[in-house]
Design a protein around this ligand. Structure first.
Ligand code: AMP
Length: 483
């Protein structure tokens, strides 16, 4: 006899209750369905992306939401911890099958000070930091850490909001004035009073993240390290795997496994890290923050990994064995921000996978993502230039890929001209390339600026792009980066 649920061990679970109903909830529901599970959502926006996949309950319908689900998880990390605790307690008393991740994970992820303290207690390296509750604290921190420093709200900030770089002593007063309301809880940045955190400014070479899933029996499986490029604090692009990172992969894997085991975590977590140098000038990772949920830098795994982050999260929540996290093919994931692209032009590019979130257009809002996975890895970067050409909003991508496309246009023109005249292409190619590089916009950082106003690190020449242009090299590195 067949049942709706193929796994007898979990047949008591039919419906997964998800806190939040954004695109992460939508993609969790997409992954749950083939496994035989339904999802319902607690979310005040009745027309949220997840509403296409299951019933949405508003926050004043919490009891109905609870009644509709057998087990609980979340897709939104600023969920009130009280709700998460209530769901965890219901499970402890045997009424439900669990709340994953545990409330402690959320409590720590919502507070940068607790988070950094936890990393340090677990011997995981971070940037040096200080708690700030007054202007005097801030002055002392500037002396102790040395300028420049990054000043952040410890709670409530996201996507680079509520962050300042203090480069000189004369900036202290103004930046303190801007952020002091967060300390007293009066400002819009934080709902409750919370100190600020001052961090040493790290001159990192790359930003990477590692995603892992932990099952209820404690098994941990990690995805490849990926490289992230942000613009205005918002993720613009992820390269999976991050090229040339096999030597730091074990450090990342150990760090996320240690954190997950410490928290008794169940589900998918992301750990964001800076690549910097140690005393011996070797690459070394500093932990920045955890996300206790599926993560934007793991969207590539839907097509690019044997088991996606979404499916592994569902598997962990319903107590099924985790799937293989190996990368099947190098990929680039790009966020579509603000405006939808011409879908026909986009899908004419080989290797494009498109995921719309069915949201209305709004400036720089994440409304879709594209995972680019051409059959031949040598086509990855040229195809990216074509994708960027089709995107109406090129924030975080423009400089790098526009110049690449212009260069390719120059090369194409030269090739056809060489084919006709059979002369002169090589010399022109060199001068063409130099001219384009000379036009590259200046990347100087203004003094005392909000991080969100800094030029995009994604536009700086990154070794990842040049490295992957050699397909043999990229393949070797992918293989080496495997667990
Ligand atoms: P966060 O909200 O901590 O993820 O910070 C947003 C972005 O600001 C990061 O992705 C980094 O690009 C940058 N950033 C954050 N903290 C630091 C730091 N201590 N030093 C240098 N850059 C930082």
């Amino acid at each position: 006899m067949t049942t709706a649920n193929a796994y007898p061990v979990t047949q008591t679970i039919r419906t997964i209750g998800i806190l939040g109903g954004g695109q992460l909830g939508m993609m969790l529901a997409e992954a749950a369905m083939p496994l035989g599970y339904q999802c319902v959502f607690l979310e005040d926006n009745a027309h949220c992306p997840a509403s296409l996949y299951g019933q949405v309950f508003s926050s004043d319908q919490l009891d109905d939401f609870i009644a509709a689900a057998d087990v609980f998880t979340l897709e939104f990390e600023n969920t009130p911890t009280a709700t998460v605790e209530k769901l965890a307690n219901l499970s402890k008393s045997g009424n439900k099958q669990g709340m994953f991740p545990p409330p402690i994970a959320l409590d720590i992820a919502q507070d940068r000070l607790k988070e950094k303290q936890m990393f340090n207690d677990l011997d995981i390296a971070t940037v040096p930091f200080k708690e700030i509750s007054s202007e005097a604290d801030l002055k002392h921190a500037c002396e102790a850490l040395g300028l420049p420093i990054v000043l952040k709200t410890s709670r409530g900030g996201y996507d680079g909001k509520g962050q300042y770089v203090i480069k000189q002593e004369s900036d202290i007063k103004a930046d303190w004035q801007d952020l002091k309301d967060a300390v007293s809880g009066k400002g819009s940045l934080t709902p409750t009073p919370a100190p600020l955190i001052a961090e040493g400014f790290i001159d990192f070479s790359r930003e990477v993240s590692i995603i892992a899933a932990r099952a209820q029996d404690g098994t941990v499986r990690c995805y490849d390290l990926v490289e992230n490029h942000h613009f205005h604090g918002v993720l613009a692009k992820t390269q999976a795997p991050a090229v040339g990172t096999s030597h730091i992969f074990s450090q990342a894997k150990e760090a996320i496994t240690t954190v997950m085991n410490h928290l008794g975590y169940v589900g998918v977590m992301a750990l964001e890290l800076f690549v910097t140098k140690d005393d011996r000038d070797h690459d070394f990772l500093l932990a920045n923050e955890i996300a206790p949920r599926v993560h934007n830098s793991g969207h590539w795994s839907i097509e690019g990994a044997i088991t996606s982050q979404f499916e592994n999260h569902i598997r962990a929540v319903v107590n099924l064995p985790l799937g293989d996290t190996d990368n099947v093919h190098p990929a680039i994931m790009v966020n579509v921000l603000g405006q939808y692209p011409d879908i026909s032009a986009l899908l004419a590019i080989d290797g494009v996978h498109y995921h719309s979130y069915h949201k209305s257009e709004r400036k720089d809002r994440k409304i879709a993502h594209i995972t680019l996975m051409p059959n031949d890895v040598v086509d990855l970067e040229p195809s990216m230039a074509k994708v960027v050409a089709v995107l109406p909003n090129k924030v975080g991508l423009r400089k790098e890929y526009e110049s690449r496309q212009q260069q390719e246009q120059v090369n194409d023109d030269q090739l056809s001209s060489a084919q006709i005249k059979d002369t002169g292409a090589r010399d022109n190619s060199v001068s063409g390339s130099k001219a384009l590089n000379d036009k590259a916009p200046d990347n100087k950082t203004p003094s005392n600026t909000v991080i969100a106003d800094e030029p995009d690190k994604a536009s700086e020449p990154k070794n990842a792009n040049s490295e992957i242009s050699n397909p043999a090299d990229a393949k070797t590195k992918t293989a080496k980066a495997k667990k």
